[in-house]
Design a protein around this ligand. Sequence first.
Ligand code: MRU
Length: 353
Amino acid sequence: MTLEAIQYLRGRLHILNQLLLPHETCYEEIDTVQQGWQAIRDMKVRGAPAIAIVGCLSLVTELQQSNEEDKDAVVTFILDSLKYLVSARPTAVNIAKAAAELSALVRRETQKAESTAATIKESVITHIVSMLEKDIADNKNIGDCGARHILSRINKEKATILTHCNTGSLATAGYGTALGVIRSLHAMGRLEHVFCTETRPYNQGARLTAFELVYEKIPATLIADSMASIAMKEKGISAVVVGADRVVLNGDTANKVGTYQLAVSAKYHNIPFYVAAPCTSCDLSLENGEQIVIEERPHQELTDINGIRIAAPGIHVWNPAFDVTPHELITGGIITELGVFSPSELQDAVIRG
Ligand code: MRU
């Protein structure tokens, strides 16, 4: 059985509470927009694609329970809910793009003379439910394109990959993005080994990626973030592959904090650095990475581990959740479901679709 962060069946939504992993596997039901927002804010569900899908599915569950028959009331509820869901976490663009698409869909549907509250609800629900299948299909393409690209550029039978944060089944509807590339290499019999970083301060690598890799029986080793450079020097890393929360017009990419230093180090060690992300993570409305809003998380996520304070009392804390990797450090390419592109090729590729 594959790991599922999101279970949606016959109108009911359950999410795997990722705060309890790897020790407890506990699914929680989400049946309102407010609960969806809270689960995203608390990081019970996280990862750019999963945030968008769970947020939108929380709207589906609430719409399905509602008996509201007034068209204007339904439209207002949908548009307000989408705006609210986008506010849960600001950096990942997927939920903002999904909300914009859905809002446009609602406006188009509303203008149809024959539309009713029921037909508008139905078109929104159908669109959102299709996001699940599309995300998995996109991830499989990302995995296969990325694996083939990496293999075409190494002069070894098998690749060794270093990755950061969690970009797997837990961060998406399934298969994963950067972890999807690793999964595809493994399925092809062409993966030597994976090094996954712990990913301080919130340990998505140690808690979640390590869990997924062990679960899938993929040969892997956990390292602390501070060991990445020595791993690049000594462990025969063929490529660094990470995910993205937002890739902007010039290819600058926001991803989990710590990604930037990996890219700097990869450049120094002459190791190709790849970003793996679906087009839903590409934001062509921003010109460069300086325009990306970087979420700051509560200090406790840095000072405490599992509720136990490890940092000296009284110390100041800065806890940005993401950093921006400048496009010139993305030397391997940006792996999307449409193919692998250099940062300068990305805009045309995404527009062409
Ligand atoms: O704070 P998180 O855990 O939501 O951060 C997740 C990441 O940075 C991932 O790399 C990114 O969202 C891509 S997930 C396919």
